[in-house]
Design a protein around this ligand. Structure first.
Ligand code: ADP
Length: 318
């Protein structure tokens, strides 16, 4: 469990984290999302006691990180995969961590196996690819078998197989009852991996909910409808008479906003109009996120992020 209460961090006149209150619970992967400069890394550093809050508090496993008796056994973190002593071998790096935290040396081989680095255990850290360095960072985070994991962009540098691997690993760690807190700018990845989502912008909380609710409640009611060409004008008129907004899409279908998909199907049946396609739409995490954080990004382009947001929403099967 990670609990932030009115957590605030100011650097000079700049507020990096602004009164954040949230709880990251065990048994789930919680995605942490926000535009660059939103305050994600600072929040994670605050949780790990690397930075002191200006106001408010954050606890890990019920205590401030600095008060944990055996920090690596309580919380493992990956903040910057390149922050290891490049001259040390992979095994020596992990052994050093284990020894200094009273963790048995056999744990090193266990975590090397868990992250698939056995074959490079005797290589120096500076010779590792970014993907391998990420795996080493994850091994270090896991070495104390902690109940809480805090990972900042762990997917960077991993190839497709590595991304799939880490997704499965994080899900299984959460299924074991651990707290997994994961910052990533790869929204398609978060959408697949995270059960819950915390979104921040300019240091403030924008959303804290489960992923499915987040996507469903932020997707407009829209349906793609295809009827035989000779019926489509009549169908449109029927829908518009009921207050629906109906527009053609690029594939010869109507994009209908307003009524539910079920209501549209029933209306067609009532008027004996054949339906060749009826697809409920939901938005992708990326689209919702862009609309939500459009107002919260620090440097926006001249084009407003939420202008015509609905036009841009794609249709993914619900
Ligand atoms: P994110 O991880 O979401 O990209 P950060 O937490 O790195 O965001 O940064 C949040 C804000 O705090 C940014 O405006 C950044 O410039 C500022 N910031 C972060 N660390 C420092 C620091 N050590 N000194 C001054 N400003 C900082």
């Amino acid at each position: 469990m990670i609990e932030a209460r009115e957590l605030t961090k100011r650097y000079g006149g700049r507020t990096a984290v602004d009164g954040l209150t949230f709880t990251v619970r065990p048994g789930a992967v919680t995605g942490f999302l926000g535009p660059n400069g939103a305050g994600k890394s600072t929040t994670m550093r605050l949780a790990l006691g690397l930075v002191r809050p200006t106001a408010g508090s954050v606890t890990v496993a019920g205590r401030r990180y600095s008060e944990l008796a055996a920090p690596l056994r309580e919380a493992g973190a990956l903040l910057d995969a390149r922050a290891v002593h490049g001259g040390h071998t992979v095994r020596r790096h992990l052994l050093g961590l284990a020894r200094s935290h009273g963790i048995p040396a056999r744990r090193v081989d266990e975590v090397l196996g868990a992250v698939g680095l056995e074959s490079v255990a005797d290589r120096r850290a500076r010779g590792l690819s970014l993907g391998m360095a990420q795996r080493l960072g994850i091994a270090a985070a896991l070495i104390g078998d902690p109940g809480v994991l805090i990972l900042d962009e762990p997917v960077n540098g991993l190839d497709t197989e590595g991304i799939r691997w880490i997704r499965a690993l994080l899900k299984s760690l959460a299924a074991e009852g651990r707290t997994v807190f994961l910052a990533s700018h790869l929204m398609s990845e978060l959408e697949l991996t995270a059960d819950r989502i915390i979104v921040i912008g300019r240091g403030r909380l924008l959303a804290d909910t489960d992923m499915r609710t987040f996507i469903e409640s932020n997707s407009p009611h829209a349906t793609l409808l295809r009827t035989p060409a000779e019926e489509s004008g009549r169908m449109r008129a029927l829908l518009e008479a009921r207050g629906a907004a109906v527009r053609p899409d690029a594939h010869g279908r109507w994009r209908v906003t307003g009524p539910t998909t079920t209501d549209i199907g029933e209306l067609a049946r009532e008027h004996r109009i054949a339906v060749h396609e009826l697809t409920p739409c939901r938005s992708s995490l990326e689209e919702i996120y862009t609309a939500l954080t459009g107002a919260a990004v620090e440097y926006r382009s001249t084009r407003s992020a939420d202008a015509n947001a609905e036009e841009e929403l794609s249709c993914m099967p619900s």
